[in-house]
Ligand binder design. Structure first.
Ligand SMILES: Nc1ncnc2c1ncn2[C@@H]1O[C@H](COP(=O)(O)OP(=O)(O)O)[C@@H](O)[C@H]1O
Ligand SMILES: C[C@@](O)(CCOP(=O)(O)O)CC(=O)O
Length: 528
């Protein structure tokens, strides 16, 4: 499978990819509760048939609790949100597609998905992706449920799906025919690919009795820049669907780490399905780090098994400069290029991939060493040298780009630090590890030069939280709050945030003083 051409299931890729319901009654209680609590009300009252049958969570409900909740009148699920972080691959991109290890860390740039459940009579499911000017609705009752429910085809929320089923892809095709019909071909392909990935996951997980709903996505992550934007959408949609199906427990603060890990694993499995549809042959590192957050050493040696994921809990606060070349790239195209090169020169390319693996392993060791200190030149220069070597190996695989080489040239010339591309390459972003003690003027000069040459720079921290849930979509954000101190995020407000800053201010998981009350995360740390 790792050798497969990498063109997305539909071949729907172009190289120039462009880059409430009011909460019914008990909002204040649910803000401090957990999604499963909120969901119980809904499912008991109106959407019982929407649930995909006997999950452990269902059976965990006590009869007394059910009776008590039945008294409340809450006919629909509240509007809720999920959010997932982008990532940088610090070491090992591309090699990771061929079974080698990679180190990736979640960043503070995130995607946010608002989920509105519609009233019972509205039988449509809508995707609204305003960042890419995509909006489409389907009639739920017209979707090809039968094919997805066939014995042997039917998948469950706990299934491990390791490949996309061509018969199911074919069943989805007719529902993509009228997607963005008025848009230019390359944009239309991107929209059809998003729509196809969503429908594949929706039909696999759901059933015809699924309630009508709207999924609206906004993101602060540059699209197609190597920061894992597609994986964040995969994670958000997977988490949203699994929450709607009441198959997840929590997140809640006192949840045991093993239980939290299981929920993360389930979200990640379905996010991977979305990624497989969109990219053809992803390693799974992007969706894994986006779901789990923090930083991980990731490796998938056998595509029929879950990957090995080793968290790096104390990932150092590396002083990084993240530069976007603002040159569009296609992950699918870059991955396919490496696969073709490997087919042509198996031994040589095999040696390069093994060398990248050694760089990744050595770097993980360095970072985890007791004495590793981000302010110490010796510690940093060792990691920096690894980055330089990793970049050189990626260049030899043919996945760099003149705009990426230009960043390296500018940084190297001034002795500012060590640079490598991050993500698929062919454009996208680079990361520079800054040498300690570089004078501010030198940095300013570099930033000015990059600005003049059309690059953009991102300030982000590594090691952010993974997938988060805001249930219901009410939070304290210091803006227009009601007497209970919360603001209900409805579609209009969500769509009207007109910049990344405004979006972060409105719904961001982090306020000025750290985590914002309302957002909850599955805490998987267990350091014992
Ligand atoms: N904000 C967004 N809204 C809708 N779709 C998005 C958004 N960001 C990314 N995508 C989807 O992800 C694709 C880019 O994924 P990919 O090529 O893997 O780039 P990246 O390196 O950012 O992950 C886009 O073509 C689009 O389908
Ligand atoms: C090149 C690769 O290793 C990373 C791609 O990252 P991105 O799509 O550019 O964010 C592919 C993969 O791991 O699936």
């Amino acid at each position: 499978m790792a050798e497969q051409e990498h063109n997305g299931v539909n071949g729907f890729h172009s190289e120039s990819e462009q880059r409430n319901q009011p909460v019914n009654g008990d909002a204040s209680e649910a803000v401090n509760g957990n999604p499963s609590n909120g969901l119980r009300v809904t499912i008991e009252e109106s959407a019982s048939s929407a649930v995909n049958g006997g999950s452990p969570t269902n059976s965990m409900l006590t009869p007394i609790r059910q009776r008590m909740e039945r008294k409340k009148s809450s006919p629909m699920m509240p509007t809720f949100m999920v959010s997932a972080p982008g990532k940088v691959i610090v070491f090992g991109e591309h090699a990771v597609v061929h079974g080698k290890a990679a180190i990736a860390a979640a960043i503070s740039l995130r995607s946010y998905l608002l989920v509105n459940t519609l009233s019972k009579s509205k039988r449509t499911v809508t995707l609204k992706f305003p960042d890419i000017d995509f909006n489409h609705s389907w009639n739920i009752d017209e979707l090809p449920w039968k094919i997805f429910q066939q014995p042997g085809k039917k998948k469950y929320y706990y299934s491990l799906v390791t490949e996309i089923d061509q018969e199911l892809v074919d069943a989805v095709q007719p529902f993509l025919a009228d997607v963005s019909i008025d848009k230019p071909a390359d944009i239309r392909k991107v929209h059809q690919n998003s729509a196809g990935s969503f429908l594949y996951m929706f039909l696999s997980l759901g059933s015809q009795s699924f309630p009508g709903c709207q999924y609206t996505l906004r993101s602060t992550i540059p699209i197609g820049a190597g920061l894992g934007s597609s994986a964040t959408i995969a994670v958000c949609l997977s988490a949203a669907l699994l929450l709607q199906l009441r198959t997840l427990s929590g997140p809640h603060p006192d949840q045991p780490p093993e239980e939290a890990r299981l929920q993360i694993e389930r979200i990640n499995r379905w996010a991977f399905v979305y990624e497989m549809f969109i990219h053809g042959n992803p390693s799974g590192v992007d969706n894994t780090v986006s779901t789990q957050g923090k930083a991980v050493v990731f490796q998938r040696t056998d595509y029929n098994q879950p990957p090995s994921v080793r968290p790096l809990w104390d990932f150092p606060k590396l002083p990084l400069l993240l530069v976007d070349t603002r040159t569009a790239k296609s992950t699918a195209h870059e991955v396919a290029k490496v696969a073709t090169l490997k087919k042509k020169h198996p031994q040589l390319v095999g040696t390069i991939l093994t060398a990248i693996d050694q760089v990744t392993q050595s770097s993980a060791q360095l970072i985890e060493e007791q004495g590793f200190n981000t302010e110490d030149e010796e510690s940093l220069s060792k990691v920096g040298e690894m980055m330089t070597i990793n970049h050189g190996l990626l260049v030899s695989l043919g996945v760099s780009h003149p705009r990426l080489e230009r960043v390296r040239e500018l940084v190297d010339h001034e002795g500012i630090g060590w640079t490598k591309l991050t993500g698929a390459g062919g454009g996208g972003c680079s990361i520079t590890l800054l040498r300690p003690g570089v004078p501010r003027e030198k940095l300013d000069k570099l930033e000015q030069r990059l600005d003049e040459e059309g690059y953009s720079k991102f300030e982000t921290t590594l090691g952010s939280d993974g997938v988060g849930v805001l249930w219901p979509a009410v939070l304290k954000n210091g803006m227009d709050e009601d007497e209970e101190g919360g603001m209900e995020i409805d579609l209009e407000k969500f769509l009207s945030a007109d910049s990344n800053e405004a979006l972060e201010k409105l719904v961001g998981v982090h306020g000025d003083r750290g985590e914002r009350e309302g957002w909850k995360f599955w805490r998987v740390e267990n350091r014992d």
